[in-house]
Design a protein around this ligand. Structure first.
Ligand code: LHQ
Length: 258
């Protein structure tokens, strides 16, 4: 199986599972991942997702053995499998934590960057490897990089294809945190479990607003915030949050829209 799905109390863990190839991506894997995202989204009890990789790597990007003889059009067709996955991850109405357990290269790096909160093991690295094989960063790389770390760093990473350590990635704001290798999964699971107890709908709407902000002018973004706030305000979790604050007790969120 190219991916493994484990269910915990309120969240699911998806593990990319081709460790002998550093979890390099194939169409089969992308299809399985896409189905796993759909299943997670359809399950009301699943209120967060954790994505990680089996073995010593997170994901080495496209499996190069599969494209060695590919025609130019084939590369485009391949991305027809990967790019919808990136959009699906961004639009998922639950938070997605990524635990980058080892090297994240090419599309694998950008798959990690598409997640909401990225933790990486201190020994992990990020490589926008595309330039090494005469390609451009895909799977959102040219969108995520400049937004996360600014154009100067984005251009150098994309053009030089040098590995970036987890620590510098965190320092630059490419990811949330670098953590000790032996603490990675415990911390990532604790984070997913914590997010799974939060007000799920508000988190989903927050994702939407943050993504829209990348292209909206301020006036349109303020209108969007007003509309989404009205939606969030109609949720039982909003009422519970306010009540819990006034009662001086921790809130108990259900994650249900009504
Ligand atoms: C691999 C791979 C790999 C196959 C390691 N494929 N076997 C999408 C579709 C359409 C158009 C094109 O673009 C894309 C998006 C992309 O992702 S393009 C970019 C593809 N990825 C790369 O170019 C990265 C290639 N890999 C590497 O540069 C290195 O393997 C990294 C830096 C990831 C890790 O280096 P090391 O830690 O030294 O490991 P390694 O190179 O020894 O790899 C371990 C094994 O995994 C090895 O196999 P072997 O049989 O010798 O043990 C590699 O051949 C295999 N492997 N990446 N992408």
């Amino acid at each position: 199986m190219t991916i493994l799905v484990e269910s915990f109390a309120n969240y699911r863990q998806i593990t990319l599972n081709r460790p002998e190839r550093l979890n390099a991506l194939t169409v089969e894997m992308a299809t399985a991942l896409s189905a796993a995202l759909d299943e997670a989204a359809a399950d009301d009890t699943c209120r967060a997702l954790l994505l990680t990789g089996a073995g010593r790597g997170f994901c080495a990007g496209q499996d190069l053995t599969a494209i060695v003889d590919a025609k130019p059009a084939d590369l485009g067709h391949l991305l027809d499998h990967y790019h919808p996955l990136i959009l699906k991850l961004r639009a998922l109405p639950i938070p997605v934590v990524c635990a980058v357990n080892g090297v994240a290269a090419g599309a694998g790096a950008n798959l990690a960057l598409a997640c909401d909160i990225v933790l990486a093991a201190r020994s992990a690295s990020f490589v926008e490897a595309f330039a090494r094989i005469g390609l451009i960063p895909d799977c959102g790389g040219t969108w995520f990089l400049p937004r996360l770390i600014g154009t100067a760093r984005a251009r150098a990473l994309a053009m030089l294809a040098e590995p970036l350590s987890a620590e510098i990635a965190a320092e630059w704001g490419l990811i949330w945190q670098a953590v000790e290798d032996d603490r990675l999964m415990a911390e990532a699971q604790a984070l997913a479990a914590r997010l799974a107890t939060q007000a799920t709908m508000a988190l989903a709407l927050t994702k939407r607003a943050l993504d829209a902000a990348a292209t909206n002018p301020l006036d349109r973004q303020l209108d969007l915030e007003r509309d989404l706030q009205a939606e969030a305000g109609a949720s039982p979790d909003h009422r519970e949050g306010v009540r819990a604050f006034l009662d001086k007790r921790p809130p108990v969120f259900t994650g249900r829209p009504r």
